[in-house]
Design a protein around this ligand. Sequence first.
Ligand code: PEP
Ligand code: MG
Length: 909
Amino acid sequence: MSKKWVYRFTELDQVEEYVGGSWDDVRGLLGGKGANLAEMVRIGVPVPDGFVITTEACNEYLSLGEKLPEGLWEELTTSLNEIEAATGKTFGDPKNPLLLSCRSGAKFSMPGMMDTVLNIGMNDATVAGLIERTGDPRVAYDLYRRLIQMFGSVVMHIPDEKFEEVITRTRKQAGVKTDTELTAEHWMAVTEEFKNIFRFHTHHHFPTEPYAQLQMATEAVFMSWNGKRAVDYRNAAGIPHDLGTAVAIVTMVYGNLGDDSGTGVALTRSGTTGERRIEGDYLTNAQGEDVVAGIRKTKDLSELKKEMPEVHAEFERVAMSLENHYREMQDVEFTIEKGKLWMLQTRDGKRTSQAAVRIAVDMVEEGIITKEEALMRVTPEMLDFFFHPQFDPQSIKKAIQDNKLLAKGLNVSPGAAVGIVALDADLAEIWGKEDGKKVIMVRPETRPDDVHGMLAAQGIVTSRGGRTSHAALVARQFGTPAVVGVDDMDIDLTRRQITVGDMVIKEGECISVDGTTGQIFLGEITTKEPDIKDEWLLKLLSWSDEFRTLGVWANSDYPVDASRAREYGAEGIGLCRTEHMFMESERLPFVQKMILAEMDVQRSEAIKSLLPYQREDFAGLFRVMDGLPVVIRLIDPPLHEFLPDHVSLVRELSDLKIQLQHAPNLDAIDDLLKQVRTKEKVLSRVEVLREDNPMLGLRGVRLGIHFPELPQMQVRAIFEAACLVTREGVDVRPEVMIPLTSHVNELKIQRESLEKVARQVMEEMGVKIAYKFGTMIEIPRAALTADKLAEYAEFFSFGTNDLTQTTYGISRDDAESGFLIEYMVHGILPDNPFETIDAEGVGELMRIAVEKGRATNPNIKLGICGEHGGEAKSIALCHKLGLNYVSCSPYRVPLARLAAARAAIVAGH
Ligand code: PEP
Ligand code: MG
């Protein structure tokens, strides 16, 4: 049976039957816009009549090499005839013309990324008929010129500026400010000029045959699926490229028929904060694109209540019924034609992360959705926003006092951004991506082909546009701070500068943008730690805790990190990297002394001097983590990391020797000689310790075995601290972790030697501590022999940073700055394995280790402390593997709580 390419809005039942009933598949076939139009018709919302050409037709068209599939046009004509019969108007009829819009709409919303053409069916004959029927030549010519303009730019790719220039000039000549003040004669003249522009650019007359217009517009929408901006957007938003777009053909309704007409867009809740109030912009006496394009200054929806109270009330009722029907915040487009409300579109509204959290939580409390649904609606990445820096209020205050507040606009996407001004998308991309600079993209308004620049920018500012403008929608989607509609800002694209009052900001100068308040400042404002006490966020996180089975711990080295981690909900410290403490300036000399020591006594002395420092470090952590486990990892990195770099030493030594040759007197020679001797000593030791592959050399447990005094000192410090703090009444739970084990004998020897120290300290201090010993699993051999390791470990912690390096045989630092980028670009690897655990390889080793470890020791505690422990997909894998907890950076703890809950919900437990 041949495929059906066209469905009327009233044929939703047939669509459902064809795709098998799932709404997701309906959207796949009709596109989100088409599916929702059909659904709106089904639930009785006033929608202008129309039909949808399916995504299958688009894909067929593209695969046939841009040829319409067989039968499509016949089906389309049949549907059109039915609409003609229903409306009493005829397509192309000069007396009573039916006009159509042709709109793109893919399965997933891609705002403004593809094309729309309005008023199809206008030509010299229908314009005359329309004038006769409506008695309004102004409207008729306005519609006609719009068709030529949109058709010209969308279908024939004539730069839109060419058309806009004519309108601007006409307004100037007529001495008026707005388009609505232009008369019928003006629009008639503009129409003629537009036809000439069309002919000049395309070498063809504007096509007057309505069916030809419709066909060309439909094909242009199909082709726009593969346009650069659509492809860029899909790449950025992770939307597959093979879905295709549907085309919705809708009968036109008019918002430009006078003061009882209008058009607008609205969100059923605030897209910025999530508050429960309809938020939108509209224009009286205007047609669709005027509102989103941001060319005319829009009015707030609250004004409609005064202008047309009945229509406003009906609009609110319909908008809320749509929200209730979809059980989700809606983004709607509407037109009022001579006092009659028509809904043109509804879709799930884009929102900031803050709004997403609030809407999800509120909807649970309003009884609209379940807690599970709320948790599934907020992605872990969204929570990242709450942990982004905000501007420091003190710094803002000072900037205001110093007259650095440039302007204020609409706060459409929250967050703080600082960067240099780039006045076009290409430059923003070059500066941002290639030169690694922080950029704020500033434009009069943005268009879909600016998206590449917006993605490369830290922040976005536009001088025009409202809350639902293109800039606002895209910024929110990607979490980029943005301020739009900054009326006071004059952007001069020729002189490459911005003027606000008497202040001039040149392209390349630094500004700060506060997307939370809408303020823009000259120069750099300092940022500060975020406030995470958001009422809705806390509620969502507490619900996460009800559902998750994975524990969430944190990687923290210092008491301040640990207390932040606790505040964010960490249930333990999963990794304290003790070597970080060795790097501090006070301690490094002792560490170096220890490494450079020639005799055992010297080494013991140096190690002893480190003991009190370490004891204080651990005591601090234990106090903060009162009642919770603290995993302390013994020294891991190769010793060269604590010593000066070999190349620099050689260079410094040769410099000293040159200075020696030119020394002015004996004192100077003496001094230089001393320096040379010290450096030579260090150099010779560095040379002894030098390894070709230090990360695969003397580190981890190997280092502990080689220099037993070092981990012994650390264990002494841990247990002395634990005993002291226990006496203070703190509940201490130390877990000693041995890194980089590959053979059971390493673990056995190290543990025995260290546990002896632990027991000795407890005996000396007369305190008993409940402790654990365990190891990291960072080497494939450790994973494969986990059954043996489990005999000597009460816990395993997967060090997936090293486990990924050792499984792949890739050095992370070298790879991420080199070939790994190439691998990602060419799709050789699906994800960066250092960000998301490679489930097939590293994940499989983990699975084996879990199974073998538990076989020997059923009570063994299993966790992860590599960076992956804070990444959503990896957390889902850890849930599946049955780990007990994940441990991640304190800032990612909330994200991990949500990700763990979502993993449990998806897995059904
Ligand atoms: C790991 O390898 O995953 C780990 C946590 O250790 P480090 O990153 O300190 O090597
Ligand atoms: Mg490691």
